[in-house]
Design a protein. Sequence first.
Length: 473
Amino acid sequence: MSGERVALTLLGASKRQTPRRVLLTTAPLEALCEANGIGGHPYNKTDTYQAWTCALDMQHRLSVTCPATGLHFMKENVPDIEILEYPTMQQYRDALAAERWDMVGISFYAWSTPVAIQMATEARASGVKEIWGGNYGVLSPGLEGHFDKLVKGAGEHVLHEYVYGRPLERLKHPVMVGASSFHGYSASVGYLYTKRGCNIGCTFCSTPVFNPREDPISMKSLTDVLDRYQEMKIAQVIIYDETFLLENDGAEVVIEELAKRELYWISLTRADRIRGRISYFTDKCMDGAIIGIESFRNANLADVRKRDDVFQVRDTIRELNANGRRALGTFILGFQRDSVESIQWDIEQLSGEDLFACQLTFLTPFHGTKLWKEMERDQLLVEHDLSLYDLYHLVWRHPTIGATEARDLLAWAQRKVNKPDFMANRLKRDMQERFWRSFRDGRADRRREPGAARTPEVRAPDPTTQAKQGAPC
């Protein structure tokens, strides 16, 4: 090889070693604060459970904050990027002006598509060369003219290649912490994914379209994060896999690792994956489970290709309660077979199941899903304002229920199923159980060896905390 070619090769390598400057951001805070939520109440869309209990008065809402998990994965694996997590629009504009970015990436959902387009337009006007879109919002129609690249699924590998010019060798799981609070009680929560993606194929779900490939995360990376959660005295680990315990032998290993560290946990899972095993999981520090109930009518479940049946789901909820575990669920209103009367009957039944909390939403045809294709074929799609595709608006033409009537029905259902007194009593009981379990095992007041499990910190109510809890934005 000639000296000139060697010099050019080394020059190219040097350029690749200089990371490209990238700014990743979520939608701005202004778009995340809903002023007119269910029941006419405001809520913050970054607070997972505040939307579940939006129809309740502020002081009775459950609150669990959630970080922008996708951005945290990006930062952990591509450390030279900059991220803006729930900025104001002005903070985003200030960041655009602060330096010359090679690329700006915007993470957004379907309902924040309009503001994401606005953000992309402003980035283009400021001279940014490349604009990428990510998260579930990239499934929305008409985005190609606003973004240079739309990333479906997890984006760490493609971003790492873009920034450094070389493949990502090993995916690392970030430490991601939120806060849970209710009636003044507060505790820290840690988020965990053992794998991302789902290809099960429920017709209403966007994940098989957005990320059909299930990407497992290495056990070494998971145990590193669990060690950090143990050190931080995290009160509860929320496992956010959409298919935890489903065709995933690694889930059993993760449960053992959680129990070894005395980390209490709760997971999204399917009822048939835990039914008959809840006593065993209780001994492994299980706090509860979030189950996709969706409907109390098997015909509705069959219509959307949901693979559980009503008897199995209800039996699992009762088994959770019998073992003193928290039963949480998701439930869909507005199937095509539903009427106001049938929904009212179903909600009365659901109210009697003693769920700790339940997310009640409308059947929503997100773009690209099988449900969306079916409704497009049948000419049922009537709402084209993507900001209303947030699960809490009826955006298609239901045969018997109007959009306004549906919102009133949902507010009534939220108040009927999510009962503040029941939640408060369960939380008090859970705190007592943890104390006595620690005391029984001789660990309540003992000096611990380095790395030993620690009693999680759960703070009791005080007037200052209670006054601040539940702020919508």
